[in-house]
Write a protein that binds this ligand. Structure first.
Ligand SMILES: [Zn+2]
Length: 439
């Protein structure tokens, strides 16, 4: 394990009792705050007949209504552009973002100066120290400046902390690879898919990223960082440690993996996290998979309470090897509850399939899962590419056979596997879309 560094050790190693005390106090304060400032929250809580003063224990939080992404969309449609859930006058905003819109109309987010310069900074300092990034590191950010939040908060916070930033937007992937070498970058961030793609790009120009000075890669935006075989592949390609970063435009940045690599810590001093059964929406038994529900405990501009992330997670409350007591998401984000699909009576998570695919060295890192319409009698189809052009047909057939056997054994279904030409499957710079449902 690399050397453990803390941002605020006294907070990160609080006893469970003290964390919960702090969370209860902060939740009550935030609930009072949104009740006074946000018409949407006042309406919700009045309708539910609940007041901030009703929250006396953490268990009482279960009576507080959820916040759904759809509500934020509706609120912004009715009261454009910001909706009536924000808690600041819009003119106080200094940074705006919007969600990528992969699941519907994008939601706009606003941050005032304190959220951007103080709260985001605090969140990303937990990340930075968790990953073991030092002020002497050089961070290459291979990402274009846009409305998407990805990496801009991370970049701004690390810059403020004294890390050198090499901006890698507005250039081709080949130029990015060259720049990673030229500028001596020691840390890089990106989606798992894109960091794998940079590995492929490097190969084309006869470079190996493992020969670069990069020692830490930070990945976000997809479950990949914590899919074991994807993480292993990224670490091999880059010759670096790969750490998970989790956040969302609406709720901000809540999860980081530490050097112990034992799951993704939630910053519990700034977020209250619940893991709920996807049907009953009651807390699951300890160690079971459920849906992540988060509450902002600190931010001012648009704190969300009991926000349904639609991410599936498993909590691990044991103190981590790094010494932090902040709970861990075992395996990071396991999948999206929206993405989970049922086929032939089996619940399937695309991230599980990804894990099998990336265990096969003959396959490239790109794939698609095609889910046929029900009652067509068709099988689930997995489309893959050979990793390199020199793999013989025979070897490819053997690889497919092995893959199908693994699949059958672990998912109890037999898929069809289609091998397509190298480069035929789409490449993604942002979030990858690999699940195709036939209609
Ligand atoms: Zn840890």
């Amino acid at each position: 394990m690399e050397e453990v560094t803390y941002w605020k050790k006294e907070i990160e190693t609080l006893s469970r009792e003290k964390i919960e005390e702090l969370q209860l106090q902060r939740f009550r304060e935030r609930m009072q705050y949104v009740y006074e400032r946000s018409p949407m929250y006042k309406r919700k809580y009045d309708e539910a007949g609940i007041k901030p003063s009703d929250i006396r224990t953490l268990d009482d939080i279960q009576h507080v209504p959820f916040t759904e992404k759809e509500e934020l969309r509706e609120s912004q449609a009715q009261h454009p552009p910001w909706g009536d859930f924000i808690c600041i006058p819009p003119e106080e905003g200094v940074r705006v973002f919007q969600t990528t819109g992969t699941t519907g109309i994008p939601v706009k987010a606003i941050l005032n100066k304190k959220d951007w310069a103080v709260h985001f900074y605090e969140q990303f300092m937990h990340f930075m120290y968790g990953y073991g990034i030092r002020v002497s590191d050089i961070l290459f950010v291979p990402f274009g400046y846009s409305l998407y939040i990805a990496w801009w908060g991370f970049q701004a916070a690390l810059e403020q902390a004294g890390v050198m930033i090499v901006p890698g937007g507005a250039q081709s992937s080949q130029d990015r690879v060259k720049n990673i070498f030229d500028w001596g970058a020691t840390a890089v961030c990106g989606t798992p898919t894109y960091l794998l793609y940079l590995g492929e790009t490097a190969k084309k120009i006869d470079l190996s990223l493992a020969d670069s000075k990069v020692r830490i890669v930070v990945t976000a935006g997809e479950p990949g960082a914590n899919v074991p075989s994807t993480k292993r592949t990224i670490e091999e390609i880059w010759g670096a440690k790969c750490y998970d970063d989790i956040g969302s435009t609406e709720i901000s940045n809540f999860g980081f993996e530490c050097v112990a690599q034992m799951g993704t810590h939630v910053i519990e001093s700034m977020f209250y996290a619940e893991c709920l059964d996807i049907e009953s929406l009651k807390p699951v038994q300890s160690g079971e998979v459920g849906e992540l529900v988060l509450s902002n405990l600190c931010t001012e501009s648009m704190p969300l309470l009991r926000y349904r992330m639609k991410d599936l997670v498993r909590f691990d409350m044991e103190t981590c090897k790094c010494g932090r007591t902040f709970l861990r998401l075992d395996g990071g984000i396991l999948g999206r509850s929206d993405d989970m699909f049922q086929f032939a009576g089996v619940n399937i998570f695309p991230s599980a399939i990804e894990n099998f695919i990336r265990e096969v060295p003959e396959f490239s890192n790109e794939y698609q899962i095609v889910v046929p319409k029900i009652r067509t009698g068709k099988r689930l189809k997995i489309r893959v590419e050979p990793d390199t052009a020199d793999i013989s047909k025979d070897r490819m057939e053997q690889a497919v056979k092995r893959f199908v056997e693994t699949f059958k054994y672990r998912i109890t279904l037999t898929p069809d596997v289609e091998i397509v030409e190298i480069g035929e499957l789409p490449r993604f710079e942002l979030k990858a879309k690999r699940l195709i449902r036939e209609t």
